[in-house]
Design a protein around this ligand. Structure first.
Ligand code: C5P
Length: 205
């Protein structure tokens, strides 16, 4: 069983995907980490997001890099969004994701184009959304908990900018697959959202 979970940043898709993988005992791939790895390598090289060839060539997508907590920062998330517009980056990461999806007995993948490009014949496709304000509140609370100095308006602006870039890029833009089920988490607790996602998967299988 392949479960594709797509949606914008801070929609809850990451947590939901991890819990679905646990519940259905499936391997899980957070595909955003692959793009973050390219963004992180680019920054290490002092490179420029319009020219990604060197970062892509130097990037080794192994556990050492993907487990680096530095990949999870907002700065690297923003860089990931910038490098991910390049078709050559998407193409380089395509095989890695398709191998993960199709070479095992099943998988949960979370990203932006899993249901549309990486696994268009996935058994279940969820598109997880929430209002931009709700997502900014979540990100704000999460960063505050980590002890980071944060400004709500900056976070909201960053989310809107990331949405705009992800939705409007020419290659593999963020959008629900035609046959995706929508899960709006705006007014749901994370536990309720997880339960709803499990029910949606059960209804399809
Ligand atoms: O999901 P996450 O926030 O880690 O993703 C970081 C960025 O990587 C996204 O804003 C998006 O631009 C890009 N991405 C993508 N396709 C995916 C996963 C992530 O373009 N499948």
């Amino acid at each position: 069983m392949i479960i594709a979970v797509d949606g914008p940043t801070a929609s809850g898709k990451g947590t939901i995907s991890k819990e679905l993988a646990k519940h259905f005992a499936l391997p899980f791939l957070d595909t955003g980490l692959l793009y973050r790895a390219v963004g992180w390598t680019l920054r290490e090289q002092g490179g420029d997001a319009d020219n990604v060839a060197d970062a892509l060539a130097a990037c080794v997508f192994d556990g050492t890099l993907l487990d680096n907590p530095a990949l999870r920062s907002e700065v690297i998330g923003g860089l990931a969004s910038r490098v991910s517009v390049h078709p050559e980056v998407r193409q380089a990461l395509d095989k890695h994701q398709k191998d993960f999806a199709y070479q095992t007995a099943g998988a949960v993948l979370d990203g932006r184009d899993i249901g549309t490009v990486i696994a268009p014949d996935a058994d279940v496709k969820l598109f997880v959304t929430a209002s931009s304000e709700a997502r900014a509140v979540r990100r704000f609370e999460e960063m505050k908990r980590r002890g980071e100095r944060v400004n709500f308006d900056d976070i909201l602006a960053d989310i809107l900018q990331r949405d705009e870039r992800d939705r409007n890029r020419a290659t593999a833009p963020l959008k629900p697959a035609e046959d995706a089920d929508l899960l709006d988490t705006t007014n749901l607790t994370i536990d309720a959202a997880i339960q709803q996602a499990i029910a949606m998967v059960n209804a399809k299988t």
